[in-house]
Design a protein around this ligand. Structure first.
Ligand code: ARG
Length: 467
């Protein structure tokens, strides 16, 4: 008898080259736990509707459990002539139980089976990435606490713009990781629809109970259209999209910290254990981990692109092209997972170089915009105030001085005629004073930042006892 599950109508053995070309066991073996879990649920259902006896079901469930243990222990040799993980497990079952094993695939096709397995796998993958993201958020919140009170220059166009609290800066990333988590949660919610029972494409004439399988596997709903099921990979796109956005966030952050760790910036000391050296230059401490986090985002973005190109133009229902979805899926997941694994301790071990930050904090006119807003509060039209402060900056550049170092009468000159309060205006000068002047909701105002830090500590259950 043929090894193939579909050998009956063939009179010639499959060409070896075709077996090598069509196999997916080399990568879909990663689905073995989910395949067994889904098959066990399917088996119990077959017994409940009378397609198997209770005793047969118990035998199958137990044998599947043992096969899972064999695979986990590396005792299952993968054979390309058995194509994929589904066939390997079914063959192993038949090897143990004979004809009884041949009943497992009743009312099921690999088409609905593979989507079910992949959904179960993605569900777990989402939970894993979400928990790592939560740890990354915690690392950034701890950074915000550790560096509380430190003022940083904030940048636009990578030019000095306005002062910000280091905590405000760190919490900006916490917000991004939160949106990444929200996107993952949304992807999880959407995928949580049971495919199994759609069979090949049209459903089955056998009296199955899909809702029982749904409950056992923890899906929220039943897929309503069997033809949709076997062609649907939207959930893979959703997940990989969420990963691609996350990878882009990681990449931008990595780029920033690479810049911050240069001699030119000297804002950041990275932990030695997360840097590498040079084989020729003895003094080098290179941010390779951050560079690779930045570089690996390419793989994740490429995986999303790969899926779009793969799915474009497939007629209903199942097409073998779909087997390729797992390559992009696993690459995107593994890449992001590995990046997060090193990003978390790297953040925990990094320290701001407060001395060199402070030494140059008065450079770059970080107080210019708050000075302008001071004039606005005194009734000067914004455009006029902008123009006036712009001229002061020009003057400072000629004199090579800071705004706070300009003579008193310069400020007197700026004020509307009826006001004589250049002191109030000058009290806003200097980076620290400019920082203290902020007040809007969500701004870097110290009181606002304190509130946000408190909120995040609560949300992430970071009470003082924990660190
Ligand atoms: N290995 C296949 C895949 O990943 C399983 C489904 C095969 N179905 C089929 N009709 N050949 O898509």
């Amino acid at each position: 008898m043929t090894q193939k599950t579909w050998g009956g109508r063939f009179s010639e053995a499959t060409d070896k080259r075709v077996e090598a070309f069509t196999e997916s066991i080399s990568y879909d073996h990663r689905l073995y736990r989910q395949d067994i879990q889904a098959s066990q649920a399917h088996t119990r259902m077959l017994a409940a509707v009378g397609l198997l006896s209770q005793q047969e079901a118990e035998q199958i469930v137990t044998a599947l459990e043992e096969i899972g243990q064999d695979i986990a222990a590396g005792r299952m040799p993968w054979q390309i002539e058995l194509e994929d993980i589904h066939t390997h497990i079914e063959r192993a079952l038949i090897a143990r139980l004979g004809d009884l094993g041949r009943k497992l695939h009743t009312a099921r096709s690999r088409n609905d089976q593979v989507v079910t397995d992949v959904k179960l796998w993605v569900r777990e993958a989402i939970d894993q990435i979400d928990s790592r993201l939560e740890d990354l958020q915690r690392a950034f919140v701890r950074f915000a606490e550790r560096e509380e009170g430190v003022i940083l220059p904030g940048y636009t166009h990578l030019q000095r713009a306005q002062p910000v609290l280091a905590s405000h800066y760190a919490l900006a990333y916490v917000e991004k990781w939160q949106r990444d988590r929200d996107r993952l949660a949304e992807a999880r919610r959407r995928l949580n629809v049971l495919p199994l029972g759609a069979a090949a494409l049209a459903g089955t004439s056998l009296p199955i109970d899909r809702d029982m399988v749904r409950r056992e596997l923890g899906f929220a709903e039943l897929a309503a259209n069997s033809m949709d099921v076997s062609s649907d990979r939207d959930f893979v796109l959703d997940y990989v999209y969420a990963l691609a956005v996350l990878a882009v966030h990681l990449s931008g952050w990595a780029e920033e910290w690479i810049i911050w760790s240069t001699t030119e910036f000297s804002f950041l000391e990275l932990p030695d254990a997360f840097c590498t050296g040079s084989s020729i230059m003895p003094h080098k401490k290179n941010p390779d981990v951050l560079e690779l986090i930045r570089g690996r985002s390419a793989r994740v973005i490429a995986a999303l692109q790969q899926l779009f190109v793969l799915l474009k133009g497939l007629p209903l229902a199942y097409n073998r092209d779909l087997q390729e979805d797992k390559i992009a899926l696993f690459t995107a997941h593994d890449t992001v997972n590995a990046c997060l694994e090193v990003a978390i301790p790297l953040v925990e071990g990094s320290r701001l170089r407060r001395d060199s930050i402070t030494a140059r904090l008065e450079d770059g006119f970080l107080d210019a915009t708050t000075l302008m807003e001071g004039l606005v509060e005194m009734g000067v039209p914004l455009r006029a105030a902008h123009e006036a402060v712009g001229r002061l900056v020009q003057e400072c550049e000629q004199r090579r001085c800071r705004l706070a170092e300009l003579p008193e009468e310069v400020f007197q000159h700026l004020l509307p005629q009826h006001l004589d309060d250049s002191g109030r205006l000058r009290s806003r000068l200097g980076t620290a004073a400019a920082l203290a002047a902020f007040r809007s909701h969500g701004s870097t105002a110290p009181a606002e930042v304190k509130k946000q830090l408190q909120l995040w500590k609560q949300r992430l259950r970071l009470d003082p006892a924990q660190h």
